[in-house]
Design a protein around this ligand. Structure first.
Ligand SMILES: Nc1ccn([C@@H]2O[C@H](COP(=O)(O)OP(=O)(O)OP(=O)(O)O)[C@@H](O)[C@H]2O)c(=O)n1
Ligand SMILES: C[C@](O)(CO)[C@H](O)COP(=O)(O)O
Length: 253
């Protein structure tokens, strides 16, 4: 394992501490048939372990809660036991729910007292660099209640009337690209705000920050990273393997 560490200071004793919740209970339907996505390997190591290390490599993170496939908690516990992880970090494993929102809520419910900053990070983003994790944590510690890493878009985006039968879709609008961002994880939160958002918003949404927006509270963006992309479709696996191989070469492995 690469001994990647960070400049961010760990929390002082008695100070607010940071926990990371990793939703990893998805099936990975868009990736194609196989094991649950988080348990598939990248460079011979389960994607989930890469994601756990990405969080635990931040010296500010002292607890990682893994939300496992409901029928896979024992397997995930064994995986965590079988891989080298930073000793300063504690780990919990809880079963996930039907959708991402349910799984994140299960992770939040499992958090012990004493963690005031909470990251929510997709297991499907295994290669997020530690500097991005630290930048999100710092922004929360500096007073933001919700922080998302994000990147400008390379493509022009159209809003359309979705087609039910695969036919041509009428274009409704072309939002100004300069004002759009593609949002990644980890998203960072003041814990009380995240708990309130999950207790309040019941409609299905695709990220946690949008739940905070629905409370009328401010969400801020910090720079994301190209390597924090989400492994969603088969081609993403090819890119992830290439990024990992380049890192290992640079690290002299
Ligand atoms: N019931 C669910 C669904 C998703 N996730 C997690 O949410 C993250 C982002 O979801 P996505 O990339 O969409 O993963 P899947 O739901 O597995 O993908 P798909 O939609 O292709 O099945 C993943 O780490 C996934 O494991 C989860 O914990 N519980
Ligand atoms: C949370 C997220 O990764 C931010 O981009 C994304 O919304 C998850 O979407 P998914 O369809 O559940 O993968």
């Amino acid at each position: 394992m690469s001994d990647e560490t960070t400049q961010a200071p760990p929390s002082a004793p008695g100070a607010a501490r940071t926990a990371a919740v990793i939703p990893a209970a998805g099936r990975g339907v868009r990736l194609g048939p196989g094991a649950p996505k988080a348990l598939r390997t990248l460079g011979g190591t389960p994607m989930l372990i890469h994601a756990v290390r990405a969080m635990a490599n931040s010296r500010a993170v002292s607890l990682v809660v893994v939300v496992a496939p409901a029928d896979g908690t024992a397997e995930v516990k064994s995986l965590l036991d079988a891989h080298t992880l930073p000793e300063r970090t504690d780990f919990l494993v809880v079963p996930g729910g039907e959708n991402r929102q349910d799984s994140v809520r299960a992770g939040i419910d499992a958090l012990p007292p004493g963690y005031d900053t909470v990251l929510v990070h997709d297991a499907a983003r295994p290669l997020v660099p530690v500097d991005t994790v630290d930048a999100v944590i710092e922004a929360v510690r500096d007073g933001a209640v919700a922080v998302v890493p994000a990147l400008p878009l390379a493509d022009t985006v159209k809003e359309v009337e979705p087609s039910a039968d695969g036919g041509p879709e009428p274009v409704l609008a072309t939002p100004a690209r300069a004002r759009l961002r593609a949002v990644q994880t980890p998203q960072g939160f003041d814990r009380a705000t995240l708990v309130r958002a999950h207790a309040t918003v019941t409609e299905n949404v695709t990220d946690d920050a949008s739940m905070v927006e629905q409370l009328g509270l401010p969400v801020v963006v910090v720079p994301g990273h190209e390597e924090a992309f989400k492994v969603t479709r088969p081609l993403d696996l090819v890119l992830a393997e290439a990024v990992l191989a380049r890192r290992r070469k640079n690290d002299g492995f």
